[in-house]
Design a protein around this ligand. Structure first.
Ligand SMILES: C[S@@+](CC[C@H](N)C(=O)[O-])C[C@H]1O[C@@H](n2cnc3c(N)ncnc32)[C@H](O)[C@@H]1O
Length: 390
């Protein structure tokens, strides 16, 4: 995190915009332009899927964009879930989404990072972050952290804070702690607790924070943002006080199905293969549960490493009421902006056409909505401590 481009501290009731300062030699634009050429000839029959040949190291089960482009878009079907979604969305709007601002669809500025990040930073994307925050809150039963923090911690950092909801809640919970949230996009609200500050900063660069400063470093849902996690954790280690804690919560792209309802060629099952291929092509880590977190944290020098895994339904298919509610909010988070998840990497890196992306997104949305596939998103928490005598 070299030289924060922007610091904003409440209460300044105006919208923020990122400082623009292009890194040298950088040519790519984060704005998804026209889709790249169609990747190879499409199969004439949209019937049973046949995986892309495992040439060039591509995963054997990966279906091509052309496969999805050939398929008919199903209609939206039963609307019972829609009304549930609308009422849930309305209840979020009235509480946690009150500080949203309205802009056109957009991505982060090239001046802030030369790294690649898949997500837009516009209102639609921000809404998804807020919904996911709510879903995570439900999954973790309102716990904002699991590390054994004392009440009088003085400094905490939230890396890649997004819309900052976690940081706001944490700052409220620890009113005597100085909380900093960093991000490459200035999408945080202005009216925040007085002990919270947002820095616009690239977490993959050297951090500007002093050695031994933070009691707690929090990282959540940064899958697809960082290439070298170990370097980032080393910065975290340097900036953490002896005895302080780091906690990283993230998910993997491969959905887990425990009852055999997820066909290999379903759009839901393909999601993991698609992102694995993006990871292979870009070097940006998406398979966060492949050991990157626990291994990188250990390698950085943290000890007392603890790991917990959680499965959370991707739609309201469970019979248990609590799990159903989690499924509903994950469903909203996963389907509200599928194009926002896909457009940059699939269009720019994988060469999918717009038609292919639209059809894949439509089929994926349909599968989530029908909820015949009992898929789960897998979340992992890794928490660890800087040795007291470090
Ligand atoms: C999927 S969102 C998650 C936001 C938040 N951590 C949460 O759990 O709601 C990922 C966030 O990481 C930010 N991001 C991406 N690359 C980054 C980087 N190199 N440094 C800091 N933030 C980054 C994005 O701008 C986005 O706000």
């Amino acid at each position: 995190m070299s030289s924060p481009a922007k610091k904003a501290q409440s209460p300044v009731p105006e919208a923020k915009s990122p400082t623009v300062q292009s890194p040298k030699g950088k040519t790519k634009s984060p704005t998804p332009g026209p889709a790249s050429p169609t990747p190879g000839p499409a199969s004439p029959t949209p019937g049973p899927a046949s995986p892309v040949a495992a040439h060039d190291g591509a995963p054997t089960d990966l279906l091509s964009g052309a496969h999805w482009g050939e398929l008919e878009i199903p209609d939206d079907g039963d609307s019972t879930l829609d009304s549930d979604v609308e009422s849930s969305r309305a209840s979020i709007s009235s509480s946690i989404m009150e500080y949203r601002t309205i802009n056109g669809r957009r991505y982060h500025s090239d001046s802030v990072t030369d790294g690649e990040y898949w997500g837009p930073n516009d209102e639609k994307a921000m809404e998804v972050m807020d919904i996911v925050h709510h879903a995570i809150t439900l999954i973790f039963k309102d716990r904002l952290y699991t590390a054994p923090l004392s009440k009088d911690i003085k400094n905490a950092l939230d890396v890649g804070t997004g819309t900052g909801l976690w940081a706001i809640d944490f700052a409220d919970k620890f009113p005597t702690c100085n909380v900093v949230g960093t991000d490459i996009s200035a999408i945080q609200p202005s009216w925040v607790p007085p002990n919270l500050q947002f820095d616009i900063d690239d977490a993959s660069k050297t951090w500007t924070y002093p050695d031994n400063h933070f009691d707690y470093v929090h990282i959540r849902w940064l899958s697809g943002t960082i290439k070298d996690w170990t370097s980032l954790y080393k910065e975290a280690y340097r900036c953490t006080k002896p005895g302080g804690w780091i906690e990283h919560l993230d998910c993997g792209p491969h959905f887990v199905c425990l009852d055999g309802t997820m066909p290999k060629d379903s759009a839901i099952a393909q999601w993991g293969h698609i992102w694995t291929e993006v990871e292979r092509k870009t070097g940006v880590i998406l398979n966060m549960l492949d050991g990157y977190m626990e291994n990188g944290i250990k390698e950085a020098g943290f000890t007392n490493v603890q790991i917990e895994d959680f499965l959370a339904p991707t739609a309201p298919w469970p019979t248990d009421e609590k799990q159903k509610e989690i499924g509903l909010f994950q469903y909203i988070g996963l389907t509200s902006d599928i194009e926002g998840f896909m457009t940059y990497f699939l269009g720019q890196v994988m060469g999918w056409t717009e038609n292919e992306m639209t059809k894949y997104a439509s089929i994926l949305r349909r599968e989530y909505k029908e909820a015949k596939i009992h898929a789960n998103l897998k979340w992992r928490i890794v928490r660890a401590q800087k040795p007291v005598d470090a």
